[in-house]
Design a protein around this ligand. Structure first.
Ligand code: PXG
Length: 292
């Protein structure tokens, strides 16, 4: 027996967890998702992830069949049924089955599924030595066309960037917005440190408001580190003292090179190392997640 998957009100074996070829999630990338983690029997920041999911649904006019409270139970129950206390969870809501036209009015019922699986951790070496980054030519979607604040199933913008990062042989690609300001990595938010101040781009630059981003800003403030949401450019990255990325899967991961320029000392900086540890301690002891 494989994983037990939640699919539209039922738990089914992964072999039976199938969506239609007429589902608009498949045909058009019409839908939304969340990538969530569970640590030590608690689903980390589940409330925040669910909130972002429903805000995305409201924005794309998608009716989710489950209420937010039911969705909490969907996620925790999926972990429970798979005997997972540490997990990587993928929660997806698509527009559902329709016809071959793109009109969502032809899709009477959305599709919800939830996968909980064990997580493949990034190699520890990356946390001690840091990543190399490079700017990609692809610009982040403009908010007026396909808002990056919505974690939609339409990820081609990020996938283009990932392909470019792979071709450049770096760990992550950095997307600029249409005005040339640094926005984010392909699946992570970005931070720099300059003269002891922690800086991250504001949401209006065009990025996903990461749950990890918000948590790390809070942890930094608790330490008395000044945190600013300010626009910055590639040059600010070249001349930064430190740099790191944040995301559910990667947590806090240092970056030491950008477009061939060495950042700071070329090693993970002191504030970065502090926040890596603070975040690891926090996820272990947070106690503000949803009990599995
Ligand atoms: N920006 C983008 C574009 C993302 O997709 C983040 C930032 C970080 O957000 P959170 O809430 O996780 O701190 C994300 C989310 C993966 C994977 O498997 C990662 C994401 C999305 C999809 C897949 O690496 N990151």
């Amino acid at each position: 027996m494989g994983l037990m998957i939640y699919l539209d009100g039922k738990f089914v074996d992964e072999e039976e967890a199938k969506v239609s070829v007429f589902d608009h999630g498949v045909l058009y990338g019409d839908g939304i998702f969340e990538g969530i983690r569970a640590y030590h029997g608690q689903v980390f920041k589940l409330k925040e992830h669910i909130e972002r999911l429903y805000q995305g649904a409201q924005t794309i006019l998608l009716d989710i069949n489950e209420t937010p409270d039911e969705m909490v139970r969907v996620v925790t129950e999926t972990c429970r049924r798979n005997n997972l206390s540490d997990a990587y969870i993928r929660l997806v809501v698509t527009r559902g089955k329709g016809d071959l036209g793109l009109d969502p009015r032809k899709c009477p019922k959305s599709t919800t599924f939830c996968i909980a699986s064990s997580i493949t951790l990034y190699p520890e070496e990356l946390y001690t030595n840091g990543l190399a980054l490079a700017t990609v030519a692809t610009r982040r979607n403009i908010a007026e066309a396909c808002n990056p604040r919505v974690k939609s199933l339409n990820y081609l913008n990020n996938i283009y960037a990932k392909i470019e990062a792979n071709l450049a042989d770096v760990g992550e690609g950095i997307l600029l917005n249409n005005e040339g300001y640094v926005a984010e990595a392909t699946g992570d938010n970005i931070f720099i440190v300059r003269k002891g101040v922690l800086i991250t781009p504001p949401i209006y630059v065009g990025l996903l408001e990461g749950v990890t981003r918000n948590c790390v800003m809070e942890l930094a403030r608790k330490r008395g580190i000044e945190v600013k949401e300010t626009l910055f450019t590639r040059m600010d990255m070249y001349t930064a003292d430190e740099c790191f990325l944040t995301g559910t899967a990667a947590e806090v991961i240092p970056a030491v090179k950008y477009d061939g320029r060495v950042i700071g000392t070329g090693k993970p900086g002191e504030i970065t190392k502090t926040l890596i540890q603070d975040y690891r301690d926090y996820v272990k002891n947070a106690g503000d997640g949803a009990e599995i």
